[in-house]
Design a protein around this ligand. Structure first.
Ligand code: PMP
Length: 354
């Protein structure tokens, strides 16, 4: 986790300067917390920092709590989910700490690191062919059918279960608000979407709190249809192509996105070449090790800050670390296979070590 208040001008000093600006937040983190579940949330807002984990822990906790509150799962039960990996990792942690079994279906295009971590956390993992949502063999439908075959099991349905959006209305949104002096230091928020829970929840909260003042944008990778949906005023195209940014990109307006997509003030498309370059730049200039969806968000935040004007503060999400993708992102062979080797500037090529 988690997010960045982007400096208007990235500088090597930004990281250490920002640490010294956060005594209050650091102190809050010194209090012991109760296990994995107690440690979710209250992520400090900092200029370009990436302390590890993933943005999806919040959604994972909320969909499990929602199932418990609705009586859909009892002690010893099984949580089943379709996920690109990070929600699964969040769920695997939550399930371990609450004593549930965890079964994960994911597209077989995702990184080996995420699959390995899921298995190490005790989840049963089913990598399945990456087919579109309208195909019955899509990983989400397979997860639903698996849960239906078991007793005391729940399919948490992160894409259309609005407990996911609620996680960000109740935690991420308020945390951003508080850490920007009740929104006084906040002009914009932007992030990409997978389920849309993060963008929708944060947008819902910030729009209401600021009475519409804080601008909210969507960021979109190649192969996603939401940027064109917003730009065209609601036309949904077919998905074409893909992206190196795992966990984001969407072919439909999910139930999590539905209540808030009309509230968005704009959207920005970010090509893979810009995202991968930002992975390397964040490492080199800020000393932070972020995944490609986080880097895409940073590119989008810089574009938004420029559009909103000099001195504007834009917050985005650092979704996870590069640890979950390092055998891809720092491999010359993989970069070549994606025709992205030339996207890495000469002075950053020293980081291609795999
Ligand atoms: N980045 C990564 C790496 C993710 O795994 C996800 C979730 N799939 C997201 C971003 C998008 O978050 P959300 O589902 O809340 O839209």
């Amino acid at each position: 986790l988690l997010r960045t208040a982007l400096p208007s001008r990235a500088s090597p000093q930004a990281f250490s300067r920002s640490l010294s600006q956060l005594p209050k937040v650091a102190a809050a983190h010194m209090a012991p917390v109760n296990g994995f579940v107690g440690a979710i949330g209250n992520t400090p807002l900092i200029r370009l920092m990436e302390p590890g984990g993933s943005v999806k822990d919040r959604a994972a906790l909320y969909v499990v709590k929602d199932a418990e509150e609705k009586g859909l799962i009892k002690p010893g039960g099984t949580v089943v989910e379709g996920t690109a990996g990070n929600t699964g990792i969040g769920l695997a942690h939550v399930c371990r700490s609450k004593g549930y079994k965890c079964v994960i279906y994911m597209p077989n295009t995702q990184s080996q690191e995420k699959i390995d971590l899921l298995r190490m956390l005790g989840a049963e993992v089913h990598p399945v062919p990456a087919v579109a949502f309208d195909n019955p063999e899509n990983y989400n439908h397979q997860a639903r059918r698996h849960a239906e075959r078991l007793d005391n099991a729940v399919w948490t349905n992160q894409f259309d279960n609005v407990a996911n959006r609620r996680a960000h209305i109740e935690t991420t949104g308020p945390e951003i608000w508080e850490q920007t002096d009740d929104g006084r230091n906040l002009d914009g928020f932007v992030c990409a979407t997978g389920t849309g829970g993060t963008l929708a929840g944060v947008t819902a909260f910030l729009k209401e709190k600021s009475q519409g003042r804080v601008k909210c944008w969507l960021a979109d990778p190649p192969g996603s249809v939401l940027h064109s949906y917003i730009q065209s005023g609601g036309e949904l195209m077919d998905r074409q192509g893909g992206s190196i940014t795992e966990g984001i990109g969407q072919g439909r307006v999910t139930d999590n996105l539905k209540p808030d997509i009309e509230k968005l003030d704009g959207s920005v498309h970010v090509p893979d070449a810009e995202s991968i370059e930002m992975v390397y730049r964040c490492l080199d200039e800020e000393g932070i090790y972020i995944g490609a969806s986080s880097a895409l968000n940073v590119v989008a935040a810089a574009k938004m800050a420029k559009a909103l004007g000099k001195g504007s503060n834009v917050v985005t999400i650092l979704c996870d670390g590069a640890y979950r993708y390092q055998n891809r992102l720092f491999s010359r062979k993989w970069l070549q296979s994606k025709e992205l080797e030339s996207a890495i500037p000469q002075h950053l090529q020293k980081y291609i070590i795999l």
